[in-house]
Design a binder for this molecule. Structure first.
Ligand code: MP5
Length: 223
């Protein structure tokens, strides 16, 4: 069994918790409050913006045969930002100028710190875990979302065939990197995998419960 399958099996209870998150089920069923979805859009826009320097920082650390796919992945992120902007304009959500929530801030710091300070293998693990998580999460939404929903373009983006192929490619490459890794590195990669899944759950939770910081009521955010 490859590294990715092993990790998915190891964290299966957490993974299932992620896929059963009320945010996904309510989006699928069309019962998600508008403000909740707007919070997710504003916060995920910040996340995707940060994913650009995350990927860019990985290029010089990785093998040459990863450079072109990584560059293409950055192009896909830039197109994704345009998708957010187009959807936000279509439904009247203000995207720009949002403050990152505590969870978004922490997740972004984790991404960037991993890219800068950890090994390429650990950072690639974070990349795969986050992309696989989004692919499977939006597949859950895809199962029941009404075809006329304004959120269909997000489903098409992450649950569609192009993204599925990208995730499969990442899995093959990560399994190959793990195949060359010693036990210490493998253990750090496993930790990176699990931490990413925990952040993914925290992100859905934050979108559902609101973007205020612990100890600071939402009204305090005006100052
Ligand atoms: C992704 C995302 C998918 N947009 N947001 C979170 C919180 N996790 C994963 O990554 P990408 O970079 O949009 O493909």
């Amino acid at each position: 069994m490859g590294f990715c399958s092993e990790q998915l099996q190891r964290v299966a209870p957490l993974w299932q918790q992620m896929l059963r998150h009320p945010f996904l089920l309510q989006t699928r069923d069309g019962t998600i409050p508008r403000e909740t979805f707007a919070t997710w859009m504003q916060q995920d826009y910040l996340f995707v913006e940060a994913a650009v320097p995350f990927l860019a920082a990985l290029i010089p650390k990785g093998p040459a045969h990863h450079w072109e796919p990584m560059t293409q992945a950055i192009g896909a992120l830039l197109r994704e930002l345009r998708l957010f902007e187009e959807r936000a304009a279509a439904v009247g959500v203000q995207l720009r100028g949002s403050r990152p929530s505590f969870t978004t801030h922490a997740y972004i710091q984790f991404l960037l710190a991993t890219a800068e300070r950890a090994t390429y293998e650990e950072a690639y693990t974070v990349l795969f875990a986050a992309e696989k998580a989004y692919h499977e999460s939006w597949k859950v939404v895809q199962l029941g979302l009404s075809p006329g929903s304004p959120w269909q373009p997000f489903v098409e983006n992450w649950a569609g065939a192009t993204f599925a192929a990208y995730v499969t490619y990442l899995e093959g490459e990560l399994d190959a990197l793990a195949g060359d890794a010693g036990p210490d590195l493998l253990s750090r990669m496993a930790t990176a995998f699990e931490t990413t899944v925990r952040y993914e759950i925290a992100f859905w939770e934050m979108a559902t419960t609101g973007d205020s910081w612990p100890g600071i009521p939402a009204s305090g955010e005006r100052w």
